[in-house]
Design a protein around this ligand. Structure first.
Ligand code: SAH
Ligand code: SF4
Ligand code: F3S
Length: 478
């Protein structure tokens, strides 16, 4: 979110500005933050200037993420000087990690709250407003907090929504900070999850992404039922059209879950299955608990049950001790799997993570070189895969207007995704289908005409009737 034109102030409420960094879990948490603070009289704004309360929801996964957070906070110092009543809060994973130290380092910050403290925010804000105290709350609880959403989002729900189904992680991959900043793995009760999704669907959501660091172990600790069973319950929610989830750990990807891609009607045909490395030696040092062979077997099984499944991955380059040979094993794996896309990261040391103690660190220039080689190879695979879609029709769930709109008088440009999670842009031409005035949340069949490295473009050729709803026909333009 950046500076936008000032909005009109009011005596009845105060303005809240939230900047969200990091993963989808933080996006979900930020919505909860907005929701609990609404009951304290705060209304969202996209203008830093008029904000009475600024919250930064941080990510600690890599060094770069941390630098980004501190650079944003640094810019707020002047703002606080100009406006001493401004409250500045830092939440999320860096807040959890650093706690008290933040207040010492940055005297203009009023509140540091960790990943388990969102439900307690209204009390903290009241303390700060009334008594001017500075507060740190990084307490972690074993049980999951069910946060009441006070009245729901202000402007309705978007066609796609995220719902966290479990918090924390017990895997302790040696490079990763998540188990320390998110705590132990704990699953939410299925009835609460279903109720929350049903509420979003009632308010307009058509797709849900279920979030957890390792969704395949959902419910295991608590003796609840399995993740595939949860998927089938979500599948029964009326008016919900699509289900996604992230992330599944390869070691726990069960045959049952693999079969879900065939059996669960609304489950999209995309799986994010981070491999991290193609070298068994490195996988072991990472404490990933699977081998390259096991990973490849799972990929084969997935493609057997769901031949057109799109598979994406995360890769870390330059993990301590990664030799050229180890790296070549990763390149070789990427070529043989032919991912739809990969997110590749240069390894960085993290506080508490075991690998930060490993001695044989890889030089920065070598990491950069390896990252570039991965990206070059993957770009060629991605574009080849995207080009193979040209000429075919795909149902696209429209998420809203595309960021790039044509000039005056031009048709509206819409943006959505295929079930395989590819971004598709399109617009209605005079001689094509009758135009739908508001496409958001509808499934439009698009004939792909052009493939780009990160998206596709096509023309609309049909509308999925089930996505129109009872008053659907009325939304056709005359
Ligand atoms: N729970 C997910 C990953 C969450 S973190 C899973 O197990 O797959 C997202 C990605 O960040 C990881 O998959 C990994 O590729 C990357 N990552 C995590 N720690 C890192 C570190 N110290 N340096 C570089 N990349 C890292
Ligand atoms: Fe981190 Fe590993 Fe847990 Fe993923 S599974 S969050 S990479 S510790
Ligand atoms: Fe970052 Fe925390 Fe997510 S460290 S990746 S915001 S769980």
């Amino acid at each position: 979110m950046e500076w936008k034109g000032a909005e009109k102030g009011s005596m009845d409420f105060k303005y809240l500005y939230i900047n969200t960094m990091g993963c989808q879990m933080n996006v979900y948490d930020s919505e909860k933050i907005a929701s609990v603070l609404r009951s304290s009289g705060y209304k969202m704004t996209s203008s830093l200037k008029i904000a009475d309360l600024i919250v930064l929801n941080t990510c600690a996964i890599r060094e770069k993420a941390e630098q980004k957070a501190y650079s944003f906070l640094g810019r707020l110092e002047d703002l606080k000087r100009e406006k001493p009543d401004l409250i500045i809060g830092m939440g999320g994973c860096i807040a959890q990690q650093e706690g008290e130290k933040i207040l010492r380092k940055m005297p203009y910050i009023d509140l540091v709250f960790g990943t388990h403290a969102i439900g307690r925010l209204p009390g903290h804000i009241e303390e700060i407003e009334k008594k001017g105290r500075r507060i740190v709350d990084i307490e972690m609880s074993e049980s999951i907090q069910e946060i009441e959403t006070a009245g729901g989002p202000e402007n309705g729900v978007k066609p796609t929504c995220f719902v966290t189904i479990m918090q924390g992680c017990d895997n302790f991959c040696t490079y990763c900070v998540v188990p320390y900043v998110r705590g132990r793995e704990t699953s939410r009760k299925p009835e609460n999850i279903i109720q929350e999704i049903a509420e979003y669907v009632e308010r307009g959501a058509r797709e849900v992404t279920l979030l957890g660091q390792n969704v395949n172990s959902y419910g295991k600790k608590e003796g609840l039922f399995s993740f595939p069973k949860l998927l089938s319950l979500v599948n029964d929610i009326e008016k919900l059209l699509r289900i996604r989830f992230t992330t599944s750990h390869p070691k726990d990807l069960s045959d049952d879950l693999i079969r879900s891609f065939k059996n669960i009607e609304k489950l999209c045909n995309h799986l994010h299955l981070p491999v991290q490395s193609g070298s068994n030696r490195i996988l072991e040092r990472m404490n990933r608990k699977y081998t390259r062979q096991l990973y490849l077997e799972k990929i084969d099984k997935l493609r057997h049950f769901c031949p057109d499944i799109a598979i994406t991955s995360d890769i870390i380059v330059g993990f301590p001790g990664e030799t050229r040979k180890d790296f070549n094993d990763t390149l070789d794996l990427i070529k043989s799997v032919e991912y739809d896309s990969v997110y590749a990261f240069m390894y960085s040391d993290r506080p508490n993570a075991l690998s930060s103690e490993f001695s044989d660190k890889v030089e920065d220039h070598e990491k950069k070189d390896r990252l570039k080689r991965i990206l070059d190879i993957q770009s060629a695979i991605t574009i080849k895969k995207n080009e193979a879609l040209v000429g075919s029709d795909y149902p696209v769930l429209v998420e809203g207007l595309s960021n790039k709109q044509g000039g005056a008088g031009r048709q509206l440009q819409w943006k959505g995704r295929t079930s395989s999670n590819k971004i598709v842009n399109f617009h209605f031409n005079k001689n094509d289908l009758p135009e739908i005035k508001n496409c958001s949340g509808k499934i439009v069949t698009v004939r792909i005409e052009t493939a780009f490295p990160h998206s596709l473009r096509g023309k609309p050729v049909g509308i999925e009737p089930s996505s129109l709803g009872s008053k659907g026909e009325e939304s056709y333009a005359a």
